[in-house]
Design a protein around this ligand. Structure first.
Ligand code: MGD
Ligand code: MGD
Ligand code: SF4
Ligand code: MO
Length: 737
């Protein structure tokens, strides 16, 4: 906090918003130790002064009266909701003691470390786990989101390709596949860049079971059956190869295994795919031709493909589309980022092989947890089983840094049984959530405006590096990196004890030659973009080429070529079950007001969508006898979830969509209504899992819909004069869907 105030006494910090995965440039104005305003940084090349509704609600987050402000220890029974304020010193002391006693009794593998998606401290969590000696850290996204795309890309072409919208050349075509980035940025890109690219009117193809805004304006919208993406991708590959539409020069020079791929897709005709995917064969042909012929193009792919057990092969099939059409690292095509930072010092090297092999999932899901993993993490179902049963060894302590597992992990009942089976649970959080209520110790975390950190965007591309700056202190809140560092120090491990600033200086010094303080003064650092980097270095694979036929997967004993597998629960695979549960369920298509289970406490956002809503086609609603605004119970063989009907003619009559992440912070704890409208009452962590990544299923399951007996009164968020500034913007962003 060393910037200089202006004549009004206001200090302006250049920072990076992290209300989502983050990375938009933001200006934080502070007067008298209080943030007075947060706005987009007009100098930033990614967001050019804009903030999305989440970013615009940042102040409501920082100053939310419901935030945790002090460390607390549970005093009643677990989950009873009785807490006592303690000092940081006591909290650290107790945690270090617990780590020691589990390490003595079982070994450090008896400790589970968890986190949520893409926060500033994400990389620190695996580092922390390595430092205390446990191979069992996990994050829901490592198998269910993004990591399959990262690991699939690394195995296939050495690096994750991204969509770069900061350069002068824009794509002529964008293929949006199970991804709605104008609502859900960013996994790679930021929504603002996508909007800018769309303003130049490229051709677009959208693969989505729902008619999103993108689908409405698409040249071709492929409304597929959820969970059959790989069949569609294989059929498109079939058409391109059969009709010779590939970029033959690029294929010859830069890919490995084209003939094997051609042989593999020979039988995957559009006519084969039509009954599987519900997409007419001629539409698949038209899409494949348009995609292959219009260049350069970008592929915008999302987590919809990663919520089914054939996740990794779907990723692999999709990687082949830009590869055989030469849309790799050319101006306006999919590209590789400039990687401004060296690999994060995860400290994996500090763990010996024997200990690493104790990682749960190590042998079973090699691309997630074992030798094929670029960032090895534990298999969540295996960790949860070990906690409940002690098999193959007991896990007795959990430490969660920012994850509301109750809302976002598969099978809410199992999550409850598992978390309550732990001897000791520590949760670092911004709010008291249903998950934090089950803890023994709760640690108050800092929001993005209260931390010193580095953001590099696009993720895994790192063309722009931004400083996040600590601007204010709220209560005794601390940023997670500082908590982890202090726990390492108290525990007495020799690793992970440096001040985070030293780590940032290392990261920024290695390639950019700057310090964290220098970055803070500048705000951000952008690298000049270079295309066709592979011409100098080749691709970072065994063959130096893009491996359509993956040598790495062959070595791991996995199928080196993509293939289709019917979703395990579907009208085709389980016709008997489908008689009782006739609809196909999708969960969690993103909406602009919320981030996963977050922000139901923020009034302007909550006003955008007060209640959980499920989308039902008008014909289906008529058959079920339900109308817009009725409450229904969506049910699967595993449980039920109550949501309000939103009639939507853009969804297939055979498909139901429920929102995910719902709980009701305005209600009483310790449950906060978590059992009522939770999409993950309908899912499970049961096998089958993706062989490579261990993915469990969050979408493309079966369900039925029953009209609920009792109507629910909508909750009215309190109006706060300071918070009403972005209501119009929220409504504008949400228009039309
Ligand atoms: N505002 C907001 N932004 C977010 C998030 C958030 O919660 N809120 N979450 C963040 C996270 S962690 C992630 S992973 C991303 C996710 O964001 P995206 O990758 O965009 O994923 P979703 O919005 O879940 O789904 C995108 C589209 O996939 C469609 N879909 C559903 N099932 C299928 C299917 O089987 N096949 C195909 N092809 N499409 C399907 C949905 O209808 C939806 O329109 O967003 C990130 N950004
Ligand atoms: N049914 C269904 N389930 C899903 C999905 C779906 O589409 N459908 N999507 C899946 C996907 S793609 C993902 S990535 C996961 C996401 O799952 P998570 O990333 O685990 O998301 P949340 O459960 O919302 O947990 C984030 C928690 O971290 C807290 N938090 C925010 N910032 C900080 C911080 O800086 N420090 C600390 N300590 N805490 C912080 C928030 O208050 C919140 O409670 O969910 C998955 N679950
Ligand atoms: S896209 Fe993410 S980083 Fe950008 S303003 Fe919105 S919440 Fe903040
Ligand atoms: Mo995600």
């Amino acid at each position: 906090m060393d910037q200089i105030a202006d004549s009004t006494g206001t200090t302006t910090y250049k920072s990076a918003c992290r209300m989502c995965h983050g990375g938009c440039g933001a200006l934080v104005h502070v007067k008298d130790n209080r943030i007075t305003k947060i706005e987009g940084d007009p100098d930033n090349p990614m967001n050019k002064g804009k903030l999305c509704p989440l970013g615009a609600a940042s102040l409501e987050q920082v100053y939310n009266p419901k935030r945790l402000k002090y460390p607390m220890r549970r005093v009643g029974a677990r989950g009873e909701g009785k807490w006592q304020r303690i000092s940081w010193d006591e909290a650290y002391g107790e945690i270090a003691e617990r780590i020691q006693s589990v390490s003595d009794e079982i070994g450090p593998e008896g400790i589970w470390v968890g986190t949520g998606t893409g926060r500033h401290h994400f990389a620190y969590v695996s580092r922390f786990a390595n430092a205390i000696g446990t191979p069992n850290w996990c994050e829901p996204g490592t198998a269910q989101c993004f990591r399959p795309r990262v690991h699939g890309s690394v195995l296939t072409m050495g690096q994750l390709p991204i969509c770069t919208y900061t350069e002068d050349v824009f794509p002529e075509l964008i293929l949006f596949w199970g991804h709605n980035p104008i609502y859900s940025g960013p996994d790679g890109e930021l929504g603002f860049g996508v909007k800018e690219a769309l303003a130049r009117k490229p051709k677009t193809i959208v693969v989505d079971p729902r008619e999103t805004l993108l689908a409405k304006r698409a040249d071709i919208w492929l409304q597929l059956r959820p969970g059959t993406d790989d069949a569609l991708a294989l059929a498109m590959l079939h058409v391109i190869i059969e009709e010779g539409l590939q970029d033959q020069d690029f294929v010859d020079q830069w890919t490995h295994g084209f003939d094997e791929l051609a042989e593999r897709v020979a039988d995957y005709t559009p006519e084969w795919a039509e009954p599987i995917t519900w997409v007419p064969a001629d539409k698949i042909r038209a899409a494949a031709r348009l995609y292959a012929e219009v260049r350069p193009s970008m592929l915008e792919w999302g987590c919809a493909i990663e919520h089914t057990p054939n996740c990794f092969q779907t990723v692999r099939a999709l990687l082949c589309l830009p590869s055989i059409t030469g849309n790799i690292d050319q101006p306006g095509s999919w590209s590789f980022g400039m990687l401004a930072l060296p690999p994060f010092p995860q400290l994996f090297e500090t763990m010996d092989e024997e200990q690493a092999q104790k990682r749960l999932g190590f042998d079973q899901h090699k691309v997630l947890s074992g030798e094929g993993a670029q960032l090895p993490s534990a298999h969540i179902p295996a960790v949860f089983k070990a906690i409940r049963t002690g098999d193959p060894y007991p896990i007795k302590m959990g430490m969660i840094f920012g994850n509301n597992a109750f809302a976002t992990y598969g099978d809410v009942k199992l999550v409850y049984e598992t978390l309550t089976a732990l001897d000791h649970l520590v949760v670092a959080e911004l709010y008291m959530t249903p998950t934090a209520e089950l803890a023994d110790i709760v640690l108050p975390a800092a929001t993005w405006a209260e931390v010193d950190a580095i953001a590099a965007v696009p993720f895994y591309g790192q063309n722009v590096v931004l400083a996040q700056q600590k601007t204010v202190q709220i209560g005794e809140c601390k940023q997670d990196e500082l908590m982890m560092t202090e726990i390492c120090r108290r525990f007495g491990t020799e690793h992970g004890t440096e001040d985070p600033k030293e780590v940032y200086d290392y990261l920024l010094g290695a390639k950019l030659g700057i310090t964290f303080d220098e970055l803070k003064a500048k705000g951000f650092h952008q690298l000049d973009y270079e295309y066709r980097k592979y011409e100098k270095t080749g691709f970072q694979t065994q063959t130096g080429k893009i491996e359509l036929y993956s040598k790495a997967m062959e070595k791991l004993g996995l199928d080196p070529l993509p293939y289709f597998e019917e979703p395990p629960e579907s009208p085709n695979a389980t016709p008997e079950l489908a008689k009782d549960y006739p609809f196909i369920l999708i969960t969690g298509a993103r909406i602009p007001m919320y981030f996963q289970s977050e922000y139901r406490q923020l009034p302007t956002l909550r006003r955008g969508r007060r209640e959980p809503e499920c989308e039902i086609h008008p014909e289906t609603a008529a058959e079920l006898g339900v109308a817009d605004g009725d409450w229904v119970s969506v049910e699967s063989p595993r449980g039920r979830c109550r949501q309000k009907v939103r009639i939507f003619d853009g969804i297939d009559p055979r498909v139901i969509h429920v929102q995910h992440g719902w709980w009701f912070p305005e209600e009483d704890g310790p449950d906060y209504g978590i059992w009522r409208s939770n999409a993950n009452a309908l899912t499970s962590m049961d096998p089958p899992y993706c062989p490579s990544m261990g993915t469990y299923q969050l979408r493309a399951l079966l369900c039925r819909v029953v009209k609920a007996e009792v109507a629910e009164e909508p909750w009215s968020p309190p109006v706060h004069p300071d918070y009403d500034n972005n209501v119009a913007e929220v409504q504008d962003w949400d228009a039309g869907e």
